[in-house]
Structures are given as structure tokens and as C-alpha cells.
Design a protein around this ligand. Sequence first.
Ligand code: Y12
Ligand code: CO
Length: 171
Amino acid sequence: MIRKIITYPDKRLWQKSKDIINFDETLHQLLDDMYETMINKEGIGLAAIQIAVPLNVLIINLLDEESKTQKKEDLIEIINPVITKKSGKTLFTEGCLSVPGFYEDIERYKQISVAYCDRNGNKHEKEFEGLLAIAVQHEIDHLLGHLFIEKLSYIKRKKFEKEYKRLQKAR
Ligand code: Y12
Ligand code: CO
């Protein structure tokens, strides 16, 4: 089922999500709904709080480099993530389905290691780099109640607030 994506300035986006305890059918349905919603909105990453579910669940499905399409076999499901290592710095122009129409260069760690569970509760620890590392950090920030716009300079944030309000009125 496609769910509604909540958008800035919805207060629920500042909420800290809680860990999954039961790796059951309810979780599997949530993951499937998140995938359907993300694909429908042409996203490459989604955190559960973006559909108003405050649980530590995120998904990422980057474009396949060769075909430039999203392949379901590349879908990454991450539950209860914890960043265990981080190194280097990189800049990338980020966008977010919860902040529609706004894109800005954001600094992130270049490589990260993450301990997490899969949909069946099996534990993993994996190193991410490149665009995947950026996407995982962006989505983990959602689970912690943070948005990428918090990383903007004071001037850029002021400009964003003005422009975003103008866009919202026009919708
Ligand atoms: C790098 C940086 C950030 C991420 C997080 C995941 N972000 C997204 O999936 C953003 C998707 C997005 C899609 C939009 O819609 C279309 O392009 C049709 C969009 O445009 C509007 O809302 C107007 C904005 C963001 C992963 C990797
Ligand atoms: Co986002």
C-alpha cells in the first residue's frame, strides 16, 4: 500500500524513532509499504518516520549504474542501525521526499560502518562508501529526528525558509 509522506514543517519529523523488537509480519508489511511508497514518489531512500511511523527502519534503492534504473534486487533494508565507524569527508547535493523541491550540497562522512538487522532479525555489520554511505547517513539522521536542512549555514537556512514558504503557498 502506498502511504502518505509527511513533509517539513511537520513536527513528527523531529521525533526520535524506536528500535524494532519483533521481526514479524507487521514489520514486513511496513517494509513493503515503504518500498511501494518510495518507488511511487521516485525516491532512492526512505525512513519509516517519513510515513509517520517512528520506528528504526530505513530502505535504500540506488539506480543501477549501467541501466540507470532501480532494480529491486539492489534494495537495502536496514533495521535498528548503529554507525560503528566513520572516516573522511565528502560533499553531495542531497534531496529529500519530506522537503520537496529543495536540494543543497551537504557534507557527510565518506565511509561508514553500520551494525544493523535485516527483516528477519539477522545481525550484520557492513561498510558503506560512495553514494550509499551518503544515503545511509541521510536516512539514519531521519531516525534520530534530524533533517538535512539543519546542516545548512544560517544564511542558506533563512533563504530556504523563505523560498519553501513561497513554494508551499503556490501549491
Ligand atoms: C543521496 C542524498 C540523499 C538521499 C536520500 C533520499 N532522497 C530521495 O530519495 C529524494 C527524492 C526526491 C524525489 C523527488 O521527486 C522527483 O525527482 C520526481 C523530488 O522532487 C520533488 O519533490 C519536487 C525530491 C526528492 C539519498 C542519496
Ligand atoms: Co530524507
